[in-house]
Design a protein around this ligand. Structure first.
Ligand SMILES: NC(=O)c1ccc[n+]([C@@H]2O[C@H](COP(=O)([O-])OP(=O)(O)OC[C@H]3O[C@@H](n4cnc5c(N)ncnc54)[C@H](OP(=O)(O)O)[C@@H]3O)[C@@H](O)[C@H]2O)c1
Length: 240
């Protein structure tokens, strides 16, 4: 496949939007999704892109998305599973729906989206799948049993699938961000923010560009001998 086409879930803001900009600047055609309507053309200042309103937990919407892409002959060779949510609560108070929503949005969605494109990647004998995990999946965060479990699950998903498809020239990796300045973390203010920064050896939050740069590297030929890995971008917060 000569055309570089990337499919990114959750492009309407934060890390997903920055990944979309980074791949667009590198010459990729960008297919981006979010539940909300979003003007990706304006955000990327490019017509080499397509936004599809899509809930990654809704299997009907996911499969109809593939039909749309087939009609336009734009099947991606890079998939970035970025969409994710938090519903934080101490375990004793965690409601069943807080568990279900987070596991469906962060883990089952990755199964849904990967199933959609893996066959064409195998046929083309080329592809890269990048799952945006979290340091919470490696170290565990109190108040985030659901989120930590969903992100730890992504690590197992990634390693198992990487072994299944490596011989077909497909890489599967996770990026595990630490504290990155986006809407997801902007509730940390004042003393709470100081407490967070205190735990990070580099004493600063990361930015979405740092995640996007690594995603682009992993999707490029420079990264094609890296597979099954979870790579942290966290200012030293978690060291194994
Ligand atoms: N920020 C951090 O510090 C941090 C740290 C570690 C890991 N991460 C991970 O990085 C990823 C991006 O985080 P972020 O900070 O950029 O979050 P964010 O600013 O809250 O953006 C999340 C994106 O995901 C989309 N989304 C959420 N649920 C969706 C669903 N069911 N279907 C489709 N799209 C959905 C949202 O769009 P709509 O609301 O329009 O659907 C939005 O575009 C997440 O997986 C998160 O867990 C973030």
């Amino acid at each position: 496949m000569d055309k570089k086409i990337v499919f990114i879930t959750g492009v309407s803001r934060g890390i997903g939007l920055e990944i979309a900009k980074c791949f667009s600047n590198d010459g990729f055609f960008v297919i981006g999704t979010s539940r909300s309507e979003f003007n990706l053309h304006d955000a990327l200042s490019s017509d080499q892109c397509l936004h599809i309103p899509l809930d990654v937990t809704n299997r009907d919407q996911v499969s109809s998305c593939l039909s749309k892409l087939k009609e336009q002959n734009i099947i991606p060779n890079v998939l970035i599973n970025n969409a994710g949510i938090t519903k934080d609560q101490l375990f004793l108070k965690m409601k069943d729906e807080d568990w279900d929503d987070v596991i469906e949005s962060n883990l089952t969605s990755v199964f849904n989206m990967t199933k959609l494109f893996i066959k064409s990647m195998i046929k083309e004998r080329a592809g890269s799948i990048i799952n945006i995990s979290s340091v919470a999946g490696l170290m565990g965060n109190p108040g985030q049993v659901n989120y930590s479990a969903s992100k730890a699950g992504l690590g197992g998903f990634t390693r198992a699938l990487a072994k299944e498809v490596a011989s077909r020239n497909i890489t599967v990796n996770c990026i595990a961000p630490g504290f990155i300045a986006t809407d997801m973390t902007n509730h940390f203010q004042g003393e709470d923010l100081d407490n967070v920064l205190d735990q990070i050896p580099s004493k600063k939050m990361g930015n979405p560009q740092q995640i996007a740069d690594l995603a682009l590297f992993l999707a490029s030929s420079k990264g094609d001998y890296i597979t099954g890995q979870t790579i942290s971008v966290d200012g030293g917060l978690y060291m194994s």
